[in-house]
Design a protein around this ligand. Structure first.
Ligand code: FAD
Length: 371
């Protein structure tokens, strides 16, 4: 088995394949330590997919969320203890997962930059920049939002949809109180900005979710950074396109599976991509392990499970995103400022609730108000 990309998704898949006693080779183009453009916020509920403790890589546990509109009109929400939210440094989380995959028996080859992928008879053949070739019965595509192969092999959406992001990693905590994240909605056209605390640092980011253009991130940062106690020009900006969920599609073919960002799984409303990366890595490994033992005759269970466990909620998430970011001021006043909204967001992020549950409640409320 070959996994292309040792990010959150690929390392999770490699761990579960190796842990079941199967051979797996994990190919990663970058050596350790690069800062990944990611806020690093994830629900503690992701622990359910690992037999080892993830807490060693958690920088901060969040118990309060501050929302604002143009740095004013604040809404403060205490998160219920039942839906904990963690902040991680992505480079640390990914390395931890890769190390656990290697401990479980996976082979890691890094640096190995995959350039070509094709089928030859029964096997998939992966080629590197340096002209090395590896063969395998099955391949998992886990190399993130830039991956060309899902589209080439008909996996995931034909029309890939992207969020535009800018992120900054800052040293020092500014004025962000312990255990608190910030979400700012009014400054960003068609999106939002966030500040997630790390031990001795902060991840700040901006995401634009609808339209063809990124917002003017410099103008946003010049207002946002001073409000967080930093100087306006501090930090190195990283820009990235993030592939987000865009409809129900098959995510597997004959001996091939796409997971994580490569499979366009990221939440189109809140840019939550770590949880679906870990879930899809886990589900892909289960499907492959059952295929190898002969319990499954193909890998279709993967696409089916991802639709039920993630896609059905994202279909509502996409509708909510399109309505909210088109009329964000109305969305902020009627959505975020509802007394129950912050708790609902926490429940969405923790997986306790899906976007479908929220939509059903809103529809019921409208019907009830009309009658
Ligand atoms: C600015 C920003 C902030 C975000 N904040 C959050 C957040 O707070 N919470 C959250 O849940 N999600 C967040 N996301 C989304 C989240 O980062 C992604 O959804 C997540 O990284 C997906 O993981 P992945 O393993 O699929 O892909 P990646 O993390 O992109 O991993 C892909 C891996 O493949 C490797 N690779 C790439 N090409 C090749 C190749 N050709 N050969 C070999 N290896 C290759 C890469 O080096 C990388 O290690 C954010 C995204 C952005 C851009």
């Amino acid at each position: 088995m070959i996994v292309i990309g040792a990010g959150a998704a690929g390392s999770t898949a490699a761990f579960h394949i190796a842990n079941a006693g199967n051979n797996v080779t994990l190919l990663e183009k970058n050596e350790n330590g690069l800062i990944k453009p990611c806020g690093g916020g994830m629900a503690a509920a992701v622990q359910q997919w690992f037999p080892f403790d993830l807490k060693p890589v958690v920088d901060e546990v969040i118990n309060r969320v501050d929302f604002s509109w143009c740095l004013r009109d604040q809404v403060i929400a205490e998160l219920p203890g039942s839906s904990p939210f963690w902040i991680v440094r992505r480079e640390k989380l990914d390395k931890f997962l890769t190390d656990n995959a290697v401990k479980a028996g996976a082979e890691l080859i890094s640096p190995f930059c995959v350039e070509t992928l094709h089928k030859s008879g029964e096997d998939w053949v992966v080629g590197s920049k340096e002209g090395k070739h590896l063969k395998s019965r099955a391949v998992i595509i886990a190399n993130g939002s830039d991956s060309p192969w899902p589209k080439a092999f008909g996996l995931g959406p034909k029309n890939q949809h992207h969020a535009f992001t800018t992120s900054v990693r800052l040293e020092g905590r500014g004025n962000l109180p312990k255990g608190t994240t910030r979400f700012e909605f009014g400054l960003v056209h068609h999106g939002f900005a966030w500040a997630f605390p790390l031990s001795k640092g902060v991840n700040i980011g901006i995401g634009t979710f609808i339209g063809q253009h990124a917002s003017d991130s410099e103008a946003v940062l010049e207002q946002l950074l001073p409000s967080l106690g930093f100087s306006a020009k501090e930090g190195i900006r990283q820009e990235a396109l993030l592939r987000v969920w865009n409809g129900h599609h098959r995510l597997n073919g004959d001996g091939i599976i796409a997971i994580g960002d490569a499979a366009s799984l990221c939440d189109p409303f809140l840019a939550e991509g770590i949880r679906p990366a870990l879930l899809s890595g886990y589900e892909a490994a289960c499907s492959i392990n059952n295929w190898l033992t002969g319990d499954n005759k193909d890998l279709n269970s993967y696409s089916k499970n991802m639709k039920e466990k993630w896609g059905d909620s994202m279909a509502w998430g996409r509708r909510i995103s399109q309505a909210f970011y088109r009329f964000p001021k109305v969305g902020y006043q009627l959505g975020i400022k509802r007394p129950t909204a912050p708790q609902r967001i926490a429940q969405i992020l923790s997986g306790e609730m899906g976007y479908g549950d929220i939509a059903t409640r809103v529809i019921k409320r409208l019907l009830f108000q009309r009658s």
